[in-house]
Design a protein around this ligand. Sequence first.
Ligand code: PXP
Length: 345
Amino acid sequence: MVGKAKSGSGEILQSLALPGCAARKWVPLPFECAEGQLACVGADVVAKCTNSGYWMEHIDECGERGLAQPPPPAHHRCAPASPAAHAVPMQPSASTPPRPKPRVLLGVNVDHVATIRQQRGTRYPDPVLAASLAELAGADQITVHLREDRRHVQDRDLDVLRRTVQVPLNLEMAATPAMVAIACAVRPDVVTLVPERRAERTTEGGLDVASQVARLAGLAAQLREAGIVVSVFVAAAEVQLRAAAEVGAATVELHTGEYCDAKGALHRQSHLDDLRRGAATAHSLGLRVAAGHGLDYHNVGPVAALPYVEELNIGHSLVARAVLVGFERAVREMRALLVPPFDPN
Ligand code: PXP
């Protein structure tokens, strides 16, 4: 049985590239597993445990916990899955008690390095260089938002990041066919679908997945076929989380903006409780849980401590601190806040 908890689980691991499989997958280890066992990881990756019990080989996309899914299309570049007869789908339930938390993963969003560059139309500072420094300082993921208006990150940045970033590359983007075409050409490890409005200063609110399940399911399927893990940025509302599972997302990123903006301890606590419930619901649906937006060095602790939250994507506060103390130090200081015991303040 693969559902057994393991201390130290939840680390992000890079799967081994199988012969003929160009897609590099980074998957969490949500359970202890024996060599050779197959299981679904998150919502749409079948993984095979290797003898270390920690590394998993990416075998195949499997849809929504669909070990019985049809075989991948011919153009899928991964090697065929071995027989799934012993496969045991991961079926967490809401009643599963949260495990002791390992370190929370830090996705460093370098958008605002590009914002400074675009402000003057210079060639500096380069978000690619910032991403390298972030990696050296221990970033677990590099995140960029290629906005339709290209206000900060440019296509060139994404291309160069794809060729240079060693940790997973997470592309935030609008859920449009044009952006999906770019993603399928560039092949980031993860695509996070976000809402986008030209007039907004930054992303406002989560994506309304529930009102566009069929459309998003189509876009998510294209991304998965290109070997990209699909995440959706949503409010911590049950209807959105269920819809996220329905469209075939592997991960949900919970919108922490309202928690961060809340005035007063009571309001903040109530938004934190929403996030806590949302994380548990998402987990019970087999979704991996990330969170982000508006997090800074003072408000990140309680979010990092939430059960099931495995990853935080943080940009503005980190780049703002980097201006004063340097990028590597800013990343290290944030990373230190994501290690248990978490600072409750
Ligand atoms: N996560 C998502 C989905 C976002 O859209 C953003 C903003 O680009 C962030 C995280 C990072 O937010 P912030 O810059 O406020 O840390």
